[in-house]
Design a binder for this molecule. Sequence first.
Ligand SMILES: [Zn+2]
Length: 402
Amino acid sequence: MPDNAADKVVLLVESYRGEMVDTMSAMVAIPAISPASGGKGEGARADFLESLLKSWGFSTMRYEYSDQTGTKRPNIVATYGTGTRTWFIVHMDTVAEGDRSLWKTDPFKAHIEDGKIFGRGTNDNGQDLVAAMYALRALKSSGISASVGLALVADEELGSEYGIQKLIEEKNIFMPGDLFVVPDFLSTNGLKIEVAEKGALWIKVTVTGKQVHASTPALGVNANRYASMLITEIDGMLHSKYSEEDMMYSPSTSTFEPTKREKNVDSINIIPGTDIFYFDCRVLPKYKLDDVLNDIKAVASSEKFKSVSIGFEIANREDPAPPTDMDSEVVKKLKATVKRLCGVEPKPIGIGGGTCAAFFRRKGYAAASWGTERESIAHQPNEYTSIDDMVADAKVFAAMCV
Ligand SMILES: [Zn+2]
């Protein structure tokens, strides 16, 4: 017989191992990709998860918000016990599968091999979504006195506008004194607890020239060529000007990456009149996002780009939130529980973000991110979760609430 409440919930979680694998496998088969990334949103996945929570006796709340495409973006909240809560905030949405030819198995059909489950979203954020759900189930079915909450949120991958931001701003769900675990930052052997995030700036740049037949370039202005030059110049400027390091963060420098590029013309023999590209900037808190933006605009206003017009739009902006105190209760509880159950002492660090934790920190709540993975595999082809890691994380989540 287990000698204390924490041991009891840990044993219960272990007894759910097979069901956790089944839940993950079922979830992988229900894609939850944002409409802005070509998907249908989280609706069907939310239905499945909500009915599972209900089957365990939880009464759930569902908060839905319509996005720009008119798609309803659901958020599901379940609680157990009363009083100051420990919350688990996990996101249901995933990025798209990317280049299918890079996947060894169907990204939307769970493939189990060597103790791993492969599929899109298994690592980010499926592993700890399942872990947090089963931690709550263990707490509830053990009858132990605890006060916990679970929020399955939408739209995390594209800025959380229809997800955690709405729940924090518009709903009276989270209370002063509540603790927040946002297990959307995983580390090898769970050696790191994320307590700080960089600022984030996603910029859309539209370069407009003049479209003509490719055989007569002198009659037009090739937007592709100017956009390519501009990408290289912005990239070089940012990396040389914003190069300082802060060893608390991983990676220790700011990051500036040209990422998405929109399709321009359909034919090889057309010189594009418009070319649109994006930069993803993750900036150490010592720098101001306004300075980064102004420096980018200054590059574009130089003489060499005078034959094109260049427009800027902010696709997403998150100024850095104040870090969670290393001595806060949520960090202390996580550290102590991880040490006891996993035998390692995790170290608090900052990351490039952005997880839902930053939205809580901006409101003055203590939020920490922790979870275990074998290797960094989020957003990549052949994404997987280790079943052992998923179960181990669930045990930590349940035990830290006892
Ligand atoms: Zn994530």
